[in-house]
Write a protein that binds this ligand. Structure first.
Ligand code: ATP
Length: 667
């Protein structure tokens, strides 16, 4: 059976849901195009015929199919009975037509049971947490290892002979397959930033599953179910043929096939006809599944890899605390933060001993090369590190609330983070739930945490979109994320972060995927929000110059530690760590001599699994000596509050270029 796991929403279907006659027609047009292809036309004709027969068959020919005629028992084909008669003289042709309803209905019912059970089992790892989830996944994997038909027969024996037993047997026999598909799809979607956003917003797992995950895996599941319905039809016919399914006087194709075989020498057509209809109906479902899969797949390829960033909602500051306290106490206080995750060869600690505070309305930049631990630090603050990952710290306080020892008060923390912390994620394509209108997504948090009505939440969303400079916010609030450009989506994310009165917005490389003009707009927007609302900002970036322009303070991370922390205004003149200076030197200015080779930082960042005992930067540092390699330099604070971790802080630095790695001296 073909497994279809595309999870992006088809443009066509998205547009249907987006509403609007023109778009609806456009979506319809695309599907119309698919149906005009030879495959589409065949599938539509066959499926249409099968469904029509299922609906009309018993109404039109039910009486004739059931009419017993003792004068013409077990006859062969004739003009009166095209396919002959059975042992009671009933017309086989009409019986085959009438049997369509029961055959198709039972197959669809069994498929529905299979899909529903499979979705429940497949979503269990998400709902029950990692440990129990692992057990669920192992069970699914074992069940999938058994041939489905064997499972069906096993369940048929357990549930007993008859329609009910057979439906349950076929449904449950298919369930492991759908469970596997679902768990794969859920695992794929659950890593998306909009899920992290929903978690920061404090939504429960069941709610996230229903609102954010299932709508995004619905289409591939439907495609698989359509394909699976053909299999269910065959399985059901098989059970009836074996005498385990439908029992007389009811009849489906499987039972007719069984009866037909008894008289195959008198009337071969009596056996052949139900067999042919089973094959044709199975083919109809499979072809329909293929067409939908193809259409969805095409559409998936067409999905724009636009940009934007995902943030998350934020809001009310702790009103209970005295104003003076709120003004002076840090919004975020982190001391000796360690984040441990599971690497390929066991646990590693990519963040080891990070300490910093962010004051009200302060903008702090966090820079460093890829892998230095910036994102993990932000995720730890947002409580998004999942088991088996571990967060340890001497202190991790947001708005004066201890985030580390709050298990018993998880709901309160969810509300605090959901309303006071905004996160703008790195990947713009995964930050917003593609199946929800922008306005509804934005409104979700205020509805949940601030008890706003649907109308109030919508009004607030429109207002925040306007504040984030999204043009025509009323109209835009009604649209889906795919209808937004990258920069616009990013602004929508910032609007989401402002749904309350955020105390802190964590922006993880919010402009990496945007063109320069839009980058500036987005950064300016963050600056404005900060200035107007006194919102603190933690801006994560590879680009030290961007951070230097936007932030009050710059923290430089290397190999999981903060190696320097200083005011942005002093970045060019007072940076003392060789790594900070190398990052600055590696950025060519407009006035740079284009004939001179670019300055580079030799070597590569350290693998978190192999941090050296001394200074992690030593192997790339032109000032490093044996002491650096043996002893880790502490993060020392000077009288002005600047921090640096280097045994040779501020010493003159040789310039390293592509041409003289390790040779040239500083001028
Ligand atoms: N869930 C995880 N499991 C295992 N290793 C991880 C996990 N998340 C991050 N890491 C590793 O931890 C290190 C730090 O990752 P992090 O994402 O914090 O780096 P970063 O500085 O934000 O880099 P980038 O700028 O590329 O996002 C990297 O080596 C990364 O491979």
């Amino acid at each position: 059976m073909q497994v279809f796991t595309g999870v992006e929403r088809p443009e066509g279907l998205s547009r249907w849901r987006a509403g609007g006659g023109r778009k609806w027609a456009a979506g319809l047009g695309r599907w119309g195009q698919a149906l005009r292809s030879p495959l589409g036309a065949t599938a539509a004709t066959l499926l249409g015929l099968v469904l029509l027969l299922a609906i009309l068959g018993p109404i039109l020919w039910g009486d004739r199919a059931d009419a017993i005629d003792t004068s013409s028992l077990s006859q062969g084909s004739s003009s009166a009975h095209w396919l002959g008669t059975d042992s009671l003289g009933r017309d086989i042709f009409y019986r085959v037509l009438v049997a369509t309803r029961l055959s198709v209905a039972l197959a669809l019912l069994a498929t529905a049971i299979g899909v529903a059970t499979g979705v429940l089992l497949g979503a269990a790892p998400w709902l029950l947490g990692r440990r129990v989830g692992r057990f669920a996944v192992a069970t699914i994997n074992v069940a999938v290892a058994f041939p489905a038909l064997l499972l069906v027969l096993f369940f048929a024996v357990i549930f007993g002979v008859g329609i009910r037993g057979a439906v349950l047997a076929v449904g449950l026999g298919m369930a492991p397959y759908y469970a596997r598909v679902t768990s794969t799809l859920v695992a794929g979607v659950s890593g998306r930033d909009y899920i992290a956003a929903a978690r920061i917003a404090g939504l429960g797992r069941m709610r996230i599953l229903l609102r954010h995950i299932l709508p995004n895996i619905g289409e591939p599941l439907i495609v698989n179910a359509t394909l699976g319905a053909g299999g269910a039809l065959l399985a059901f016919a098989g059970l009836s043929f074996l005498g385990l399914g439908v029992q007389a006087p009811s009849y489906d194709w499987g039972l007719l096939l069984n009866e037909g075989l008894n008289g195959i020498y008198v009337s071969p057509a009596g056996a052949l006809a139900p067999g042919v209809t089973i094959v044709l109906a199975g083919l109809a479902f499979n072809l329909a599944g293929e067409v939908v899969a193809k259409k969805v797949g095409l559409r998936t390829a067409n999905v724009r890899t636009a940009s934007a960033y995902g943030p998350v909602p934020a809001a009310a500051v702790d009103e209970a605390r005295p104003a003076s306290d709120k003004d002076t106490a840090p919004v975020l206080a982190v001391e000796d933060l360690h984040v441990t995750v599971t690497g390929p060869a066991g646990p590693v600690t990519p963040v080891r001993g990070v300490s910093f505070t962010i004051g009200r309305g302060e903008a702090v930049g966090l820079v460093g090369e890829s892998g230095s631990g910036k994102s993990l630090t932000a995720l730890a603050v947002a409580q998004l590190i999942e088991a088996p990952g571990r967060v340890d710290a001497r202190r991790l306080e947001f708005q004066g609330t201890d985030l580390l020892h709050t298990r018993g008060r998880a709901k309160g923390i969810g509300r605090l983070l959901g309303t006071s912390l905004g996160v703008v994620f790195q990947d713009p394509t995964t930050s917003l739930n593609p199946t929800m209108r922008i306005g509804r997504q934005l409104g979700e948090v205020v509805r949940r945490h601030l008890g706003k009505s649907r109308g109030e939440a919508r009004a607030r969303a429109v207002d925040r979109l306007r504040a984030a400079r999204v043009p025509a916010p009323e109209r835009r609030a009604h649209q889906y994320p795919h209808e937004f450009s990258g920069g616009m989506r990013q602004r929508a994310m910032i609007a989401m972060a402002m749904m309350g009165d955020p105390a802190l917005i964590v922006a993880d490389e919010p402009t990496t995927a945007l063109d320069v003009t839009v980058q500036r707009q987005v950064l300016r927007l963050l600056e404005e929000i900060r200035a107007q609302k006194q919102v603190a900002v933690l801006l994560i970036s590879h680009d030290i110059t961007v951070v230097g322009q936007v932030c009050d303070r710059v923290m430089v991370m290397y190999a999981g530690r903060v190696v320097e922390d200083l005011p942005s205004s002093e970045l060019r003149t007072e940076a003392r760590h060789p790594y900070t200076r190398a990052l600055l030197a590696a950025v060519p200015g407009m006035a740079a001599d284009r004939d001179r080779p670019l300055t580079i930082i030799p070597g590569r960042p350290v693998d978190p699994a192999h941090f050296p005992p001394g200074c992690a930067f030593a192997d790339r540092c032109p000032l490093a000596d044996d002491h650096c390699r043996a002893a880790h330099p502490p993060l020392a604070t000077d009288g002005a509050g600047r921090r640096v971790a280097c045994w040779h802080a501020g010493e003159p630095l040789p310039v390293v270029t592509e041409d003289n790695v390790g040779v040239g001296e500083a001028s």
